[in-house]
Design a protein around this ligand. Structure first.
Ligand code: ADP
Length: 421
């Protein structure tokens, strides 16, 4: 089976976000964690997303990994390629958006691409080349103080121009508003004037669908997950993709658990709610900090309780406790220690027969995915915005939901399992 759309994402949660968009548009999608080193069964996938961690790496390394990924995707037969980055265009003057896009264009032997991070549903819009976050310019938003990728200029034409030697142009609102043909004409005009990149204005999902349609013949598209909205239909119109039906996962039966390592307010609220309905075990932060084997304790606790009803194991604590732990261990050491313990707990739970698992926390999810040696996820139906159920491929089959700390409704840990048949 060959795939249609090959995608490189510069971080893990960004990859899931885009996968979720494609699945909602009826395109079967698999997310890979890094470039696979062997054969992998992609099932019915028509889009494959390789999640890298290249956003803040040195540009040379990001280029090298992205080129390896594109080569792999080309070998799977992909016809069109997408470079996914954050909807706030997270990057520095050195990259990595410009350098990676240039390297991919070179590898694909194409001389024109677009850059459109707009995601109106989440308040990211582009007007006259300027990126807005909600009502304010990117450069006035919290992103100006980001520790790794501070964004101090909202003019994306300037930002991208500072990262590439090629010419960066703009497809303006008026052209986008005119629909796919008018956008395509703008592409041709820019191309014939020697432009290689075009920032494209977009303030609504309708614009993103116009842009998607207009970009049918572009070998490479770069942007946020929004601009992928219109792409599945292009393949559908060519008879390459079936009708848009709801995509489900084949959830294995087995024991059910939730692991939470996020200390965000939303996750702590979800824990408080869940505790009224299901049994829970707290990985005592100070006991862990004192070097006790709390992972084994948690697994012993779980053994007699695991079944159809989910159990919850969490290390999440309020800011005062987190501070106490961090003061004792240091911030990074504390994070690594909890991630290691929660990863071991995930491994132990799966060994005890857990097949339906929710993980709360971005870094925590990364640790669990590593501990379970998961390399591929087939993306299923959305539980709450940005959080789909997934099915692991090529390893012990699990129904797995990886939730960013702040995502999900209060009853998330209880209601989600009800969606699985
Ligand atoms: P979020 O998605 O909310 O940012 P993450 O999992 O990415 O959640 O980050 C939470 C971090 O806090 C992880 O590194 C986790 O290991 C760590 N952590 C979890 N529990 C505690 C705790 N009680 N004290 C200190 N750090 C903790």
């Amino acid at each position: 089976m060959t795939i249609l759309l090959g995608i490189i994402a510069d971080d893990f949660t960004g990859a899931t976000d885009l996968a979720n968009t494609l699945v909602k548009e009826g395109m079967p999608t698999v997310q890979l964690i890094g470039v696979p080193d062997g054969d992998i069964d992609l099932g019915d996938a028509k889009a494959v997303i390789i999640a890298l961690k290249s956003r803040t790496e040195p540009a040379e390394q990001a280029i090298e990994e992205s080129l390896e990924a594109i080569k792999w995707l080309q070998a799977q037969g992909a016809q069109q390629f997408f470079f996914k980055y954050c909807s706030t265009f997270d990057s520095t003057n050195k990259g990595n958006i410009g350098p990676v896009a240039d390297a991919l264009m070179n590898a694909l032997d194409t001389d024109f691409t677009i850059a459109c991070p707009a995601f109106p549903e989440n308040g990211r819009t582009i007007f006259n080349g300027h990126l807005f976050v909600g009502d304010i310019l990117l450069s006035d938003s919290g992103m100006k103080d980001h520790p790794l990728t501070p964004m101090t200029d909202a003019n994306l034409v300037n930002v991208l121009a500072s990262q590439t030697d090629k010419k960066v142009g703009l497809v303006k609102y008026q052209d986008v508003q005119g629909g796919a043909d008018s956008i395509r004409s703008a592409y041709y005009a820019l191309k014939s004037d020697g432009y290689s990149h075009a920032i494209v204005d977009a303030v609504s999902d309708e614009h993103l669908r116009f842009i998607g349609e207009a970009s049918k013949d572009l070998k490479l598209i770069t942007g946020g997950s929004g601009v992928a909205l219109g792409l599945p239909n292009n393949f559908r119109n060519q008879g390459l993709l079936g009708p848009s039906t709801e995509i489900d996962i084949d959830a294995p039966t087995g024991k059910t658990a939730v692991i939470a390592g996020s200390c965000s307010q939303a996750t702590r609220g979800q824990i408080a709610y869940a505790q009224k309905h299901i049994e829970s075990f707290m990985v005592e932060p100070m006991a862990l900090a004192d070097g006790q084997d709390v992972a084994t304790k948690a697994l012993e606790w779980a053994q007699s309780r695991l079944g159809d009803q989910p159990v919850l194991i969490y290390s999440s604590a309020d800011p005062a406790v987190v501070k106490q732990v961090q003061d004792k261990l240091g911030r990074d050491e504390a994070g690594a220690m909890f991630e290691d313990a929660l990863g071991k707990i995930a491994r132990g739970l799966v060994d005890q027969g857990v097949r339906r698992l929710i993980v709360a926390g971005g870094e925590t999810s990364g640790a669990v995915v590593n501990a379970l040696e998961i390399r591929a996820l087939r993306i299923g139906p959305e539980i709450d915005p940005g959080v789909p159920w997934t099915e692991t491929l090529g390893t012990t089959k699990l129904a797995l939901a990886l939730k960013s700390g702040n995502f999900g409704t209060e009853d998330f840990f209880v209601k989600s399992f009800g969606m699985l048949s």
